[in-house]
Structures are given as structure tokens and as C-alpha cells.
Design a protein around this ligand. Structure first.
Ligand code: FAD
Ligand code: SF4
Length: 557
């Protein structure tokens, strides 16, 4: 049965459709109802429940929550309970670390007044508030398709069909997707949103902007030895185990209930195809400063997610007829602060305010220009502007000189409201930075010790990832021959190393009289980090939504 023969989709009409129940989407939905309780608002979420796909640090700047719910701290079930108590910053070498004096850091890096917590739990809490306001939330439904009117304006989204078999044909449990139509549609899909990517291309929203940049963040949740637990401790590092020409760093935050999170971000503009972000993370945990905190504890969860790193100069135009990009779908992360959730909330609220005003004026499906102007001139723009050169300087000059120059630039921006560098560009997109394998050094990673470092499959197990197996593969390789000729033959199969879930393998198979290597995609393991969509050297892999409800089931990540 091809698409034309499928039964008609049913549809529902709303004032505003929101795609994604992260902090941006939920804040937008809530703000709309706060402004006008009669508005009809729906949120679709591809995770099996709200929070299931949320992976963040997180040290959270409460500026957004404070605006959305000024009395959130007084709520008995307040989602953030642990204020930051101590801030440590290290430059690591293989055996030791140099603690940098806090006074060296520009004030914007200070975590005083911020909270350590789980962004997944913040979203679960926001979802409860949203439902109490009458917002419809549909977890387990992926927005798979954009809907347009005759003039080309976005009119909503369609959720994916369920029960399509691996062969692309409807199976016994087939159910047609739904059309969710809105006068405005807000896209809150987070970093590298699959529909947001289509919108950016269709409306040329990236015209005149720097390319988007990303990092891959890997994270584990640990139950610590109680004697080692220091609630509110925030520790960051850069340097070892990455070489100076590879950007990235670590975070280690002590939460409540004896738990801590440890994580590692590798900038995806790395050049060595033999590099494995997963193994760098595992190796990092063997450092004495980290091992001593984890030993005696138990690893509870694992996951990975791309983080946007392009900053101010990479944010595309955020508006188009019928909708807007909010949160990390637009790319509002402050890179040196490794924080984006505050801007996700602020951008959701701002877009909601613009949409509510437009609806009150009887408008629909037009361009919310006030949102595009508002983020630039308001708190989000101010937050991103001061740090706009940190990532480009790091990429250009390497870790040591780059970070020193970045620090100097942040001080200049803070004290003088001026930068000696102007606004630097990022150069190439992350897909274009790999060197051929023949020009690259192989990296021998240590074997996991099973105490603080682990292998990939036992890690993926802890992400509780699950996909219905009998469904079309949601990682679309456009040209398999190109994958072999280039990804394999020239770059030695980097997907096998950059994918944090072991989805991609080149496997030797009998072929005629000899053998050949074929590209195997273990799609059921995918944790939806989106790295393959970003880093494939030929942009030959496209991540599309699998059946709703599939993917990781993160607890308090
Ligand atoms: C490792 C790491 C550490 C970080 N540390 C911090 C930190 O300490 N502090 C901080 O403030 N920020 C941190 N960030 C950044 C922060 O997590 C993001 O800025 C924030 O999550 C962005 O919120 P969002 O709502 O835009 O997107 P997300 O939080 O990514 O939420 C998007 C939601 O949309 C859903 N979705 C996506 N596509 C679809 C679709 N097509 N259909 C239905 N649902 C869909 C997803 O499942 C998800 O639930 C970190 C990020 C990472 C990766
Ligand atoms: S297949 Fe792609 S999106 Fe899925 S986990 Fe691997 S790199 Fe991430």
C-alpha cells in the first residue's frame, strides 16, 4: 500500500500546536494558557512519557522558572532542591589537575544562585502544571511531518503512522497518524530537531548565518558512596584526556539523595575519525580526581544527546509563516556556561507572548516578527552576545590558548561591552571537519575496568532504550554506495565510534567468492542523540522520527 492508498488522517484543530515537551515547549504552552485560559494548546512528545528523552547536565539558572512561576521555590514538590554550594574548575593532566582560582572566571561563569538537578524532572513537574491549566499533552507521539496551507504557511504537524512493518507495509496493528493543526506551531524539538531542520532548509532560515555547531554530551547518573556525597558541588574540567586540538570538557554535579551525575562533552568539529567520544568519556572517569569520587558508588543510568554550540552567530531566523523555532531547536545554549535550559524557557515564553498577542488580534499563520526581534534585544540575546567568540576561539587556537583568549574576551565583553575580536565565524559545519583516516593517528583506548569505566552495550542497556523492531529503520542512508566508498574507505567508518549507542557497524559478510564489509544499522539501540545526522562526513545519514514512544527511557537525567 503506498501513501496514496492509506486511509485519510483524522485531524484536530488548536490555537497553538507545540512540538516537543522539553523546557522550551512546556514553558511556551504554559505561558499561552497563563495569558488566555481560553486558548487551545496541544503538546506532542516522542518519548514514552514527558522527561523520557530529556538529557541535560544540569546546573540550572532559574531566571526562566522565576518568570514562569515566581513562587516555584515554595511549592512542596519544587523540582529543584539543591542550590550550588561549591564551584570547582580544573585543567586536567593525565595524573593530576590544576584548580583554577574562581576569581579568574568572568562573573557570568559563577554558579552562585543556580540549582543542581535533573532537567527531566523539571519537565515532569512543568507537565503537571501544564495539564492542570488544561493543556493537552500527548507523549508517545512523534511529530513526523509538516503540514502547509496553499500559501506555504505551516499549519501544524502530522504524527507518524504506527504499525508500519520493516518492509514499509502496514501491519496488523497499523494506525494512521493524526493531523494536529494550529494557527501557530512552535517547534521545541531541541538540538538538531528533525522537523526544525526541514523548516530551516525550506524557509532558508540560515541564510547569512554561521553554520550550526554541536557537541556530543555523554552522561551517567551515579549513586555515590554516602561518605563522598557533597550536595551542590559543581565541578568542571577541560584538558585531559582530549588533545589540545579537540574541544570539550567534563561536568560532575552532586545532586540530592546521594546521587551525582558525571558527563563529558566532545565538540563535534573534531578531525580525527578514530576518535571515540564514548571511550574518551570512559577514560576520563579513570582520572584520579574523578575515580576517587565514583569508586564505592553504583552507576544507575547512561545516555547521550547533542548540544548546540554555535551560539549567537549561528541562530537561524527563528520565525516563518505559521510558526517559530524555540529553545535548542534554534540553538540558544550559552557554551562556556554549558547552559541552555534557562534560554529554552525564556524563548518559549517569549514566543508564547507573541503568539497570544497575535491570536488576540485575530491573526493566524503569519510571521511572529516580534519574537525574532525580542530574543535578540532581550535577555537571551544579552546572554549569548557576551560569549559569542568563546567557541570560535577554542576551535581556532586549540584548548589552552583558545580558552585563555575566550576568558579574556568574556572579561572584555563584561567590563567594556566590547570585544577585540568583533564577532568571529565558525568556519565549516561539523560534517566537514574529519580528516581522511590515512592522515590520522589511530587511538588505542584502555579496556573498561568495570568499576568506573564500562563498555558501550552495557551502557546502552542502562538507557532503557526500546524501539518496536518491526518498523522501517529511522536512520536513513541516502546512498549506500557512497557510505562504502567514502565513510568506510576514506574515513575508516567513524560512525562506529561517534555513535554513543553502538548503532553502526561495518560487518564482514560473504559476497560471491570473497567477503565484503556491509553497513549494519542496529536502529533499535538509538538513543536519539542526533550525532549521525550532524557528523556523517557526507551528510548521508538523516535521522527521522521512529514510531512514537520508542527511544531511551531516562529516569532523572
Ligand atoms: C550533556 C548536556 C549537558 C547539558 N548541561 C546543561 C546544564 O547544566 N544546564 C543547562 O541549563 N543546560 C544544559 N544543557 C542544555 C540543555 O539541556 C538544553 O538547552 C535544553 O534541554 C533545551 O531545551 P529544549 O526544550 O529546547 O529541548 P530538549 O530539552 O531537547 O527537549 C526537546 C523535546 O522534544 C521532543 N521531540 C523532539 N523532536 C520531536 C518530534 N519530532 N516529535 C515529538 N517530540 C519531539 C524530545 O523528545 C524532547 O523531549 C546540556 C545539554 C547536554 C546535552
Ligand atoms: S544512531 Fe545516530 S542518533 Fe542514534 S544514537 Fe547513534 S549517533 Fe545518536
Amino acid at each position: 500500500m503506498d501513501a496514496a492508498e492509506l486511509p485519510e488522517r483524522e485531524g484536530m484543530d488548536y490555537d497553538v500546536v507545540v512540538v516537543g515537551a522539553g523546557p522550551a515547549g512546556l514553558a511556551a504552552a504554559i505561558r499561552l494558557k497563563q495569558l488566555d485560559e481560553n486558548l487551545t494548546v496541544v503538546v506532542v512528545e516522542k518519548g514514552s512519557e514527558v522527561g523520557a528523552h530529556i538529557l541535560s547536565g544540569a546546573v540550572i539558572d532559574p531566571i526562566g522558572l522565576d518568570r514562569l512561576f515566581p513562587d516555584w521555590r515554595e511549592a512542596p514538590d519544587a523540582p529543584l532542591k539543591t542550590p550550588v554550594t561549591e564551584d570547582r574548575f580544573y585543567l586536567l593532566g593525565p595524573a593530576g589537575g590544576l584548580r583554577l582560582p574562581n576569581g579568574l572566571m568572568p562573573p557570568l561563569m559563577n554558579n552562585h544562585g543556580n540549582y543542581v538537578g535533573s532537567l527531566g524532572n523539571v519537565c515532569r513537574w512543568l507537565a503537571g502544571k501544564a495539564e492542570a491549566l488544561g493543556i493537552e499533552i500527548y507523549p508517545g507521539f512523534a511529530a513526523a511531518e509538516l503540514l502547509f496551507d496553499g500559501n506555504g504557511a505551516v499549519t501544524g504537524v502530522a504524527t507518524g503512522d504506527m504499525g508500519i512493518g520493516r518492509d514499509g507495509k502496514p501491519g496488523p496493528n497499523f494506525a494512521r497518524g493524526m493531523e494536529l493543526r494550529g494557527k501557530y506551531t512552535l517547534f521545541a524539538e531541541g538540538a538538531r530537531g528533525s522537523l526544525s531542520k526541514q523548516l530551516i532548509a525550506r524557509f532558508k532560515l540560515d541564510k547569512g548565518r554561521e553554520p550550526p555547531k554541536f557537541g556530543l554530551g555523554l552522561k551517567e547518573l551515579w549513586q555515590l558512596d554516602p561518605a563522598k556525597h557533597k550536595p551542590g558541588l559543581v565541578q568542571h574540567s577541560f584538558g585531559w584526556p582530549l588533545s589540545s586540538d579537540t574541544g570539550g570538557g567534563s561536568f560532575l554535579y552532586h545532586l540530592e539523595d546521594g546521587q551525582a551525575v558525571v558527563g563529558f562533552v566532545v565538540h563535534l568539529n573534531y578531525s580525527n575519525p578514530y576518535l571515540s567520544p564514548f571511550e574518551e568519556f570512559q577514560r576520563f572517569k579513570t582520572h584520579p580526581l574523578i575515580r576517587e569520587q565514583l569508586e564505592g558508588g553504583k552507576r544507575l543510568s547512561y545516555g547521550a544527546r547533542a548540544i548546540t554550540e554555535g551560539g549567537f552567530q549561528s541562530v537561524p531566523r527563528t520565525v516563518f509563516p505559521g510558526g517559530a523555532l524555540i529553545g535548542c531547536a534554534a540553538g540558544f545554549v550559552n557554551v562556556p556556561r554549558i547552559k541552555g535550559s534557562h534560554n529554552a524557557v525564556l524563548s518559549g515564553m517569549l514566543a508564547a507572548e507573541e503568539a497570544a498577542a497575535a491570536l488576540a488580534a485575530g491573526r493566524a499563520q503569519d510571521v511572529l516578527e516580534g519574537y525574532e526581534a525580542g530574543w535578540r534585544t532581550g535577555a537571551i540575546g544579552a546572554d549569548l552576545w557576551k560569549v559569542r567568540n568563546v567557541k570560535p576561539l577554542w576551535s581556532k587556537f586549540g584548548t589552552y590558548v583558545g580558552i585563555a583568549l575566550g576568558g579574556f574576551d568574556m572579561w572584555a565583553n563584561t567590563l567594556l561591552k566590547w570585544s577585540p575580536f568583533g564577532t568571529l565565524g565558525h568556519g565549516k559545519p561539523d560534517s566537514d571537519t574529519l580528516k581522511p583516516a590515512k592522515d590520522s593517528r589511530k587511538i588505542a583506548y584502555p579496556k573498561p575496568d568495570g568499576v568506573v569505566s564500562f563498555d558501550r552495550l552495557s551502557s546502552v542497556f542502562l538507557s532503557n532504550t526500546n524501539h518496536e523492531e518491526d518498523q522501517p529503520i529511522h536512520l536513513k542512508v541516502k546512498d549506500m554506495e557512497l557510505q562504502k566508498r567514502s565513510e568506510h574507505d576514506i574515513y575508516a567508518g567513524p560512525s562506529n565510534r561517534y555513535c554513543p549507542a553502538g548503532v553502526y557497524e561495518w560487518v564482514e559478510k560473504a559476497e560471491g567468492a570473497g567477503t565484503d564489509e556491509v553497513f549494519v544499522i542496529n536502529a533499535q539501540n538509538c538513543v536519539h542523540c542526533k550525532t549521525c545526522d550532524i557528523k556523517d562526513p557526507n551528510r548521508n545519514i538523516t535521522w527521522v522520527t521512529p514510531e512514537g514512544g520508542g527511544g531511551p527511557n531516562y529516569p532523572n537525567m
